[in-house]
Design a protein around this ligand. Structure first.
Ligand code: AMP
Ligand code: MG
Length: 350
């Protein structure tokens, strides 16, 4: 199933759990969809007058399009121009407005011990993921993968001094795909608040940030079952919270019966092993997005250490065999929706 389907599940659940109001007037919900960053984005506003809602949604659309055009990894963008310049060892100056996101990505990468590694652009391209649809065919040659892994590009190799960038490793190529949607959801919420909007949900194909409530009740989010149809669990969010899921089902290809997904382990150069999906709940969607990618790579045995290092406490990792590993803080809130219930392994407190 692709990202669109994940979105439909979240939306379907939201609708399914709306109170049935036969006699009451319809709820003041405004919804709009757009396509950006390779995915459907759903804007839901509660209790906002239609005219204001339309203007706010137009602002959010502009933000998403701007992020798409700035950070696109393979269509001509500010990022592809930066990547061209990073190939030389000379420092160069970039637009000041690009700096905060680059710095944030660098910090989060260092905090993850390099498991979230946006310096991996060359490897992601080698796997064929720098295209809207990966062409069918075999995985890359083992020697080509090993060659890139040996060059070890990391965010430590990216020096940011004032507005100057300097790559210490010519193998460094940036790809913000592991963090872009979370970042966009945070920017969108800032924009909505600028319009005085207090109750909203932004769903960038499974990367979700909410503010306020859905009327008198919390927002209800469905978490996709990575091994079957429908949702495995649901959770109520309110106030100011984000929930982000990374999964091996989002982008993958199959070759000779073997599935290869899009989240790569920087240590091996191959798709990460052990986790089918990771969900992170945090107040900030950018952090949750970087962490969900990093914890996919960390896998079922080591995710606690990476979660602690990144400062996230509400995590659910679904292993490739279906075991649900969950932190106590998230277990308290998550409602499992399948019978029989999955095997649940509670982690130590994070
Ligand atoms: P997400 O769905 O947030 O986990 O992001 C997955 C995307 O992040 C992939 O499609 C790649 O563009 C990129 N990516 C893959 N592996 C990594 C990694 N180890 N660190 C950072 N980004 C990655
Ligand atoms: Mg991510």
């Amino acid at each position: 199933m692709d990202r669109k389907a994940v979105y439909n599940i979240a939306l379907g659940l939201l609708i399914a759990l709306s109170p049935i109001a036969c006699a009451k007037p319809p709820e003041p919900v405004y919804q709009e969809q757009l396509f950006a960053l390779g995915a459907l984005v759903d804007i839901t506003l509660w209790g906002v007058k239609p005219d204001l809602a339309r203007r706010a949604a137009a602002g959010v659309t502009e933000d998403f399009n701007n992020i798409h055009n700035t950070w696109h990894a393979w269509q001509s963008s500010a990022l592809t121009r930066i990547n061209e310049q990073l190939k030389n060892s000379d420092p160069f100056v970039i637009d000041a407005e690009l700096l905060p996101f680059l710095k944030r990505a660098r910090e989060l990468s260092l905090a993850s011990g390099g498991l979230f590694n946006p310096a991996l652009g060359k490897l992601i391209a080698l796997w064929g993921y720098h295209s809207d649809e990966r062409a069918p065919g075999p995985p890359p040659a083992a020697a080509a993968i090993a060659g890139l892994v040996a060059r070890q590009p990391t965010m430590k190799d990216l020096l940011i001094e004032g507005a100057r960038l300097h790559a210490l490793n010519p193998a460094l190529q940036l790809d913000m795909g592991g963090i872009g949607q979370g970042y966009a959801a945070d920017i969108a919420v800032k924009r909505l608040r600028g319009f005085g909007i207090e109750n909203a949900l932004i769903n960038a194909s499974g990367d979700i940030r909410v503010i306020g409530k859905h009327g008198s009740r919390p927002w209800v989010i469905g978490i996709r079952d990575p091994h079957g149809p429908g949702i495995i669990a649901s959770i109520e969010l309110q106030g100011d919270e984000s929930i982000v899921t990374s999964g091996d089902y989002e982008r993958y290809f199959t070759y000779r019966g073997q599935r290869y997904h899009h989240i790569l382990d920087p240590r091996t150069g191959y798709p990460s092993l052990g986790a089918s999906s990771v969900t992170v709940l945090h107040d900030n969607a950018t952090v949750a997005d970087a962490a969900s990618t990093a914890l996919m790579v960390a896998g079922p045995k080591h995710w606690h250490e990476t979660a602690r290092a990144m400062g996230v406490t509400q995590v659910m990792l679904i292993g490739t065999q279906g075991t649900v590993h969950i932190s106590p803080a998230l277990a308290k809130r998550m409602r499992f929706e399948k019978t029989p219930a999955p095997k649940i392994q509670l982690s130590p407190s994070l």
